[in-house]
Design a protein around this ligand. Sequence first.
Ligand code: UD1
Length: 437
Amino acid sequence: MLPVLADTREAEMDKLFIEGGRPLRGSVRISGAKNAALPLMTATLLAPGKHVLRNVPDLRDTRTLLKVMEEFGVTSEWEDDVLYIDSTELKHFEASYDLVRTMRASVLVLGPLVARLGRARVSRPGGCAIGDRPINLHLMGLEQLGATCLQENGYVDVKVDGRLRGNVIHFDIPSVTGTENLLMAATLAAGTTILKNAAREPEIGNLVDMLVGMGAQIEGRDTDELIVHGVEQLSPADCVIIPDRIEAGTYLIAIAATGGQGRVTHCKPEHLPALLNKLRAAGLIIEEGEDSIAISFSEGKGVADLECVDIKTMPYPGYATDLQAQFMTLMSLASGSSVINETIFENRFMHVAELERMNANIKIKGSSAVVTGKGRDGLVGAPVMATDLRASSSLVIAGLAASGITEIRRIYHLERGYEKLIDKLTGLGAKVWKESY
Ligand code: UD1
């Protein structure tokens, strides 16, 4: 197996080409959620034994996390979208720089390792394209559960003598992975832990369900206060990963941006309340089924008739920051101006300069971007550079909607989070292909 470093360098040479201007039509099946798969995979570290995770997306990020966990002694096997993880023996507790630097969610191993082994040593994730992204809330919480956290030579070394001890922990900001890390740690702590101002993204509900299935005692699912009564041990899990709401949202926006009509299937419409409201406000017809969402334009209407809609990113159930860049592309195609306010990450407008290369008109003012839609002039294909996962998908959508050919570099970002992207887009009628150099 190639080391991740070489793997990433190879992928940096790959380019995605899109011949735009074709309305997407048909249906697309949504995969399991990356952001649920990652914490659920690390939760298998809590209990020795053979775990089964179903509906797991085969992505660069899930593969990277498996490599991190293999360093601890975990073994795994895929069978289609079912992932078998054997965490019977953990021989090491260190996650190395080479792996962690490619995926900051590796920090999710901290809570489970400390809870089970009393020790974890994880390379500090650096900043990334969308901002500084500290882990102070994760470490503060672990300290409040009785651990000591030392930072040296770029590593965080977390230790506890005996068991972690329950406590009341208040998050200044409702961090998603912070909530997940501390939730997992608290399941094996002595006594009760209360997580206040916790994040309540659906992926956390999925993790709660898995942990409860393993024998954890947790109250307050889907609320901002999680109460965890620690138990002495947990048993192996058999759990299904929820559908990827960000992937579903991305395809809905792509269909809209190309003036198409289609349906995303195997998803949960109730996990996308804010996006569906915004798409309706933009003039699209949205029909929610039990596990599918259909999107279309009214008779005689098209992309240039889209209404301009403002968005402000917020913790769930507000508008997701992971769908901000994609909506910006959609608004670049509308007629008139819209304001996009990013409140979660300080530097999440890296896609703006690339979209401008495709003829978009966007002005950044602090944490807001004012998008003046091009209406019937539309976007024009160009060579562009992907900077992070969701920014990349906004460029794909722009390429699908633009006239001419768009060439996207650094597509390893896309491969981190979109399973079978080329196949799925081709199935919707897009002309898209990858070339390796
Ligand atoms: C998760 C998601 C990511 C999504 C983000 C926000 C995963 C694997 N990733 O990332 O796709 O964009 O939620 O919905 O689920 N913060 C601190 N200190 C901390 C932790 C966070 O100040 O210790 C701040 C961050 O800088 C940010 C805010 O809290 O401003 C929210 O970040 P957080 O929810 O932690 O994002 P992640 O969990 O990293």
